[in-house]
Design a binder for this molecule. Structure first.
Ligand code: XMP
Length: 585
């Protein structure tokens, strides 16, 4: 799909929120694109608006992302968000200082001065913060527009030079008036016109696919996820089932019944060449004895490469009559190559030599490469994909492996002010970096309100988990040596199936965006594992809130899960993202 020339350029300063900004602007009907932060001003000349994204760096760090200062004199309106605000202030003569502890989570913004940026928004509003440094002195010509309790310069502006900055994140759903603020910037300030929608584009996409493919055939590696399935369906419709092949790799790390589900989905789409590659034993033996989370992820990536390589060779897909179809969406194109600065938030495994060769030769078709996930879902609906499939919760590529925590040695739990520290290492995000730290297990449901604050205050922990039920007292718990065994994976698969079925039957499933179930190696000698429930709401996985489990569902789940072999306790994760991630590894 050939998109229009973007009216708004988002300069990527390395933040995980960068794409979210572009998406939110597209939702307003204005095509936006993400460019490297140091894109020279002349390349941006025709854009009415430029946004500098957030990012993990400090403006004083030696290699921190910067922008061409000429953009501030180019006549385009510029909005700096978070790091973007700090960078703007720093480059224009203001002062930025290190915050003491950082601030991650909700805050109340007080608008101090009327400004077009805050038009139609309340004087006091809930905003979302995720930062360490702060602007402490505005550059000359700027005014302070808003503040929060711990951030005196939460928004600044110089309407004469058409420059604005906000320390909070207007692009995340938790910022109450965020959409209005972006709308004010895009329409009132930049004067953009509406030029973007994916509606009614199926025929155009199919014609483009026919053009690009010519008389060749297309093969896909599909995952059962929305992106690869929508890309595949487009090609199937454009070229016919005899010219499109699909391979699905069963890693042995899938949920219960997943392979059967994907097989019947593809059958219903009209697939004639749908092949399942059984690779479970290969993945499990490569992962045997490995406990480190990032090593697990790495090995899974390597195994994917090996399997894909094998399929490429045995199917002769490198021959000239084949090209590769991929469900690559817009953020993937930026993360994996476009921007050198994006922190590694996810592990990508598109490094197969054969695939690299196909990419280098231009023998790849990626019909969704300009689109965001929600735009792909809209397309999927137009293609007649079942609603129940398009609404499926996201599921990570590395599968249950990153929800089955492992440990090398036995360690006892440790008493802490609000409960017990359980030394299983789970991942969290502070700013844009990932850390592995123990969890705080508590029996006090009141802590649900302060989980983020507790984690921001106590650097030993990444998460707070509420005990829902246990046959043993928490003080008798230890972490036990544990691996990614077929047997532990089976317990997790059963636990996950129980949770999915009960959560679907009472309608709770529709209220959550994702509901990971995690197995942690914490318990007692006879029951060395516990189950953690992680129901969250989110718009896109960038930030997430905990969804409280209704008491009857929590009760029933606890009862059923405690009956599984080797399970000592059931917990519910109380941690929003940030500071926790959605997945535990
Ligand atoms: P986190 O854990 O970073 O997850 O808060 C955000 C979203 O990304 C998914 N996720 C992955 N998806 N491969 C994937 O395909 C991965 O390695 C991966 N890691 C996390 C996660 O399930 C959530 O939806």
């Amino acid at each position: 799909m050939t998109p229009p020339q973007a009216q708004i350029a988002i300069l990527d300063a390395g933040g995980q929120y960068c794409h979210l900004i572009a998406r939110k602007i597209r939702e307003l009907g204005v095509y936006a694109e993400v460019l490297p932060s140091d894109t020279p001003a002349p390349h941006l000349a025709s854009r009415p608006g430029i946004i500098i994204s957030g990012g993990p760096a400090s403006v004083y760090a030696p290699d921190s992302p910067s922008v061409d200062p000429a953009i501030f004199r180019s006549g385009a309106a510029v909005l700096g968000i978070c790091y973007g605000q700090q960078l703007m202030a720093h480059l224009l003569g203001g002062r930025v200082a290190a915050g003491e502890r950082g601030e991650y989570g909700p805050a109340t913004l007080q608008v101090l001065r009327p400004d077009r940026l805050f038009r139609h928004t309340p004087p006091r509003q809930r905003v979302w913060m995720s930062h360490r440094d702060l602007v402490v002195e505005v550059p000359s010509g700027f005014s302070i527009l808003a503040s929060t309790g711990s951030c005196p310069i939460a928004a600044l502006g110089d309407p004469v030079r058409r420059l604005w900055g906000v320390q909070f994140h207007p692009e995340v759903a938790h910022t109450e008036a965020g959409r209005q603020i972006l709308e004010n910037f895009v329409f009132d300030i930049c004067g953009c016109r509406r030029d973007w929608s994916v509606r009614g584009r199926v025929a155009q996409l199919e014609a483009e696919i026919r053009d690009a493919v010519g008389d060749r055939n297309v093969f896909f590696f599909v995952s059962g996820g929305v992106d690869s399935t929508v890309a595949y369906t487009l090609c199937l419709r454009a070229l016919g089932p005899e010219r499109v092949s699909a391979f699905y790799v069963d890693t042995g790390l899938m949920r219960a019944q997943e392979t059967e589900y994907v097989r019947s989905l593809f059958q219903s789409l009209g697939a004639e060449a749908f092949m399942v590659e059984e690779a479970g034993p290969q993945f499990l033996s490569a992962l045997a004895g490995v406990t480190d989370p990032e090593t697990k992820r790495h090995i899974i990536g390597e195994q994917f490469i090996a399997v894909q390589d094998r399929i490429l060779k045995t199917g002769h897909f490198l021959d000239a009559q084949w090209i590769l179809g991929q469900g690559t969406i817009y953020p993937d194109t930026i993360e994996s190559g476009g921007s050198a600065k994006a922190d590694v938030i996810k592990t990508h495994h598109n490094r197969v030599a054969g695939i690299q060769r196909l990419l280098a030769e231009g023998r790849v078709i990626e019909p969704l490469r300009f689109l965001y996930k929600d735009e792909v879902r809209q397309l999927g609906a137009e293609l007649g994909l079942p609603n129940e499939f398009l609404r499926r919760h996201p599921f990570p590529g590395p599968g249950l492996a990153i929800r089955c925590l492992c440990a090398r040695r036995r360690t006892a739990v440790e008493r802490a002010p609000n409960g017990f520290l359980i030394p299983v290492y789970s991942v969290g995000v502070q700013g844009d970096s990932r850390t592995y730290r123990p969890i705080l297990a508590t029996e006090n449901p009141e802590l649900a309100q302060e989980a983020a604050e507790l984690i921001n205050r106590d650097t030993r922990i990444n998460r707070v988990a509420l005990l829902l039920g246990s046959a043993y007292p928490l003080n008798s718990f230890s972490v036990f040596p544990a691996q990614l065994s077929a047997q532990r994976l089976e317990v997790l698969r059963t636990a996950d199936a129980i949770v999915r079925s009960l959560s679907a039957s009472c309608g709770f499933d529709d209220r959550v965006w994702q509901f990971p179930v995690i197995l942690i190696p914490a318990g007692v000698q006879d029951a060395p594992d516990s189950v953690v429930l992680r129901p969250v709401t989110s718009v896109d996985g960038m930030t997430a809130d905990v969804v409280p489990l209704p008491a009857p569902l929590a009760g029933e789940l606890t009862h059923r899960l405690l009956a599984l072999p080797g399970i000592a306790a059931v917990f519910c994760d109380l941690t929003p993202k940030p500071p926790g991630t959605i997945e535990w590894e």
